[in-house]
Design a protein around this ligand. Structure first.
Ligand SMILES: NC(=O)c1ccc[n+]([C@@H]2O[C@H](COP(=O)([O-])OP(=O)(O)OC[C@H]3O[C@@H](n4cnc5c(N)ncnc54)[C@H](O)[C@@H]3O)[C@@H](O)[C@H]2O)c1
Length: 377
């Protein structure tokens, strides 16, 4: 293993916190950078260091890269709610594109050459392929999907220009929790079907399945699901490959098969022993019949295949929710008074735009002047 640390942005979030845990289990030294906008300080593995701050803050990044030997970055930080991206495109491009721009600037300036990036199946839009390969046409249908595709493009351009190698992962639907039920999905609002259905089952609240006349085995939408720990394992393999000098790659992370909405609702009822009270609602605009990933490339390049099935995703999610009735509470919870003070100071004093000029070689001097502008604790 190359000496040095892995910087995990968004490592206090749902997927990032599982990746941090798996990285620590694999023996890596990890630093988490997270602004705790939707993440939870308590979700960060105690073996990792945590810096509360924003990825778009170049002064902070410069300070961090100067003080630590960072050999690779995993970029999870971002916003994830598709309908919200339609009403708030500026915010989504800022968090999903500008954050990547900043991290690449810092990596370039500090000679860090390996990035693993969280992209999404939303870059494909509605595909007609039975199993979507990485070569499928790219037709995002939301600002969320476009912001991720733009970030992918930037990352690829930075390889050509600066030799920063990448592993871009396009995730399908992620679910589940850690096997020890210490961390799990705790978004301020859950929009994905598995947590929504588990909550409906545990709370006894009714829910809709949207549409029953799709071209699938039971007429309800069919989607590809992947356990968050399988996803995290793939990230560790992706980083290992880059650190060993492996070539850049864009890789789907999915299971090569799908489950229908009806199968999910029924499986949740079986796992909890509390059948979900549900009825059919109208179709939702834009929902494709079926979306499944081809994961052939992940198998070939990483030797990776998902090990955990739908039943385990649901069982782990249920165990996590039952053990944590308030989940982690609100995002950014339980900060020590010291961190809280820094967070408040930080938010009130941030001026990212100052840093958005080019920091190619000629600009390094200017960047060093803002070094320590945001002091790390
Ligand atoms: N959850 C899914 O099913 C799914 C599917 C496809 C892709 N993804 C991608 O995976 C990544 C992680 O998703 P998640 O479900 O863990 O989301 P999450 O909201 O739980 O985690 C995102 C984390 O990033 C932090 N963050 C956001 N903006 C930041 C910024 N500017 N600076 C520092 N920290 C910031 C948040 O506080 C949070 O901890 C996202 O980039 C998302 O687009 C997720």
């Amino acid at each position: 293993m190359e000496e040095g640390k892995i910087l995990v942005t968004g490592g206090a979030g749902y997927i990032g916190s599982h990746a941090v845990k798996q990285l620590c289990n694999a023996g890596y030294s990890v630093i988490v950078l997270d602004n705790l906008s939707t993440g939870h300080a308590k979700a960060v593995d105690p073996r990792a260091e945590i810096v509360v701050g924003d990825v778009r803050d170049l002064g902070l990044l410069d300070s961090l890269f100067t003080r630590q030997k960072i050999v690779g970055v995993m970029q999870f930080a971002g916003k994830i709610i598709v309908p919200e991206s339609v009403s708030h495109p500026l915010s989504y491009y800022d968090d999903n594109f500008n954050a990547v721009l900043s991290i690449l600037r810092a990596m370039h300036a500090h000679n860090c050459r390996n990035i693993v990036f969280s992209s999404t199946a939303a870059v494909y839009g509605t595909s007609k392929e039975p199993a979507i390969s990485e070569e499928a046409p790219l037709h995002p249908e939301s600002p969320y999907g476009f912001s991720k595709l733009a970030a992918e493009r930037l990352i690829r351009d930075c390889e050509k220009a600066y030799g920063i190698r990448h592993c871009i992962f396009r995730y399908f639907n992620v679910a589940g929790a850690s096997e020890d039920a210490t961390i799990g999905e705790a978004h301020p609002v859950e929009t994905h079907i598995i947590p929504v259905t588990v909550n409906a089952s545990l709370n006894g609240t009714p829910m809709h399945i949207f549409g029953n006349d799709y071209q699938t085995r039971d007429g309800t939408n069919l989607r590809d699901y992947i356990h968050v720990l399988d996803l995290a394992d793939a990230h560790v393999l992706g980083m290992k490959r880059l650190l060993a000098g492996g070539e850049s790659a864009i890789i789907n992370l999915g299971s090569d098969k799908g489950y229908t909405n009806k199968e999910i609702v029924e499986t949740v009822g079986e796992v909890t022993g509390r059948p979900v009270s549900w009825t059919y609602g109208p179709r939702r605009a834009g929902d494709a019949d079926s979306i499944v990933a081809s994961n052939a490339r992940a198998k070939e390049l990483l030797g990776w295949a998902p090990k955990r099935d739908l039943h385990q995703m649901i069982a782990d999610d249920v165990r996590w929710r039952l053990g944590h009735p308030n989940l982690f509470g609100r995002p950014g919870n339980k900060l020590s008074s010291d961190i809280r003070k820094r967070l408040i100071n930080y938010v009130s004093s941030r001026h990212f735009s100052t840093f958005y000029e080019d920091i190619e070689n000629a600009d390094r001097d200017r960047l060093s002047k803002v070094k320590n502008a945001n002091r790390l604790g």
